[in-house]
Design a protein. Structure first.
Length: 209
């Protein structure tokens, strides 16, 4: 097994050819007009960060255009209501390196940004991100180092947007079922999974922002 582990760059480059020209020239140090359009229509981005405890990848979703383009080198993401674990925010405070992956429903093209981030609580900025009268508690301000699109192969292979391939949510473990299983051994009997599921959707609709 160990003889087949790739543990040097030289071994890696023996297996993989040099990237094609398109893979090189697509990269930009700033937001181009074309990349601007992709950001403006994306309602979902995965935000990766790193910290002393390890890596984290957090889903961020909102109305189209929720990732604000401040200028050609800067984007901003409101930190909407969540579970208060703040794993990503803890990481950013201690290690500013981040990566973004934008998804656009119906499109095979994804968009990637690598850069550094900081958190802002400037009152005017928070207020400018208000939705239904509710401002975020902080805004993630990202300085772009590089931005580029990702080819559609992963989306095509996964059939991500094909309704025929979508799973019936009822066939999957619910959040309540997972929590009940995780806490079943507690002396108090753990979390009531059915009650959690019954209460979650109404609660979520009232606390999206």
């Amino acid at each position: 097994m160990s003889d087949h582990i790739i543990d040097t760059i030289e071994k890696l480059e023996e297996i993989y050819n040099n990237p094609a020209e398109a893979s090189q020239v697509k990269e930009s140090p700033f937001i181009t007009d074309e990349y601007r359009r992709l950001i403006e229509v994306s309602p979902f981005v995965a935000l990766a960060s790193a910290g002393p405890e390890g890596l984290d990848c957090s889903p961020r979703g909102d109305l189209k255009g929720f990732v604000r383009i401040h200028d050609e080198k800067t984007v901003m993401i409101p930190d909407r209501r969540g579970n208060n674990r703040v794993d990503t925010l803890r990481n950013i405070v201690r290690d500013p390196r981040v990566a973004l992956l934008f998804l656009i429903p119906g499109s095979g093209t994804t968009l990637r940004i690598n850069g550094t981030a900081q958190l802002s609580t400037e009152p005017g900025l928070l207020e400018s991100f208000s939705e239904q009268g509710k401002a975020p508690r902080s805004v993630i301000v990202i300085d772009i180092e590089t931005i580029y699109f990702q080819c559609a192969r992963a989306i095509l292979r996964s059939k991500l947007w094909d309704p025929a391939e979508h799973e019936d949510p009822k066939s999957l473990p619910s959040a309540g079922e997972i929590l009940a299983a995780q806490t079943r051994a507690r002396e108090d009997g753990g979390i009531d999974g059915k009650a959690y599921d019954d209460e979650w959707m109404p609660r979520a609709k009232q606390t999206l922002w």
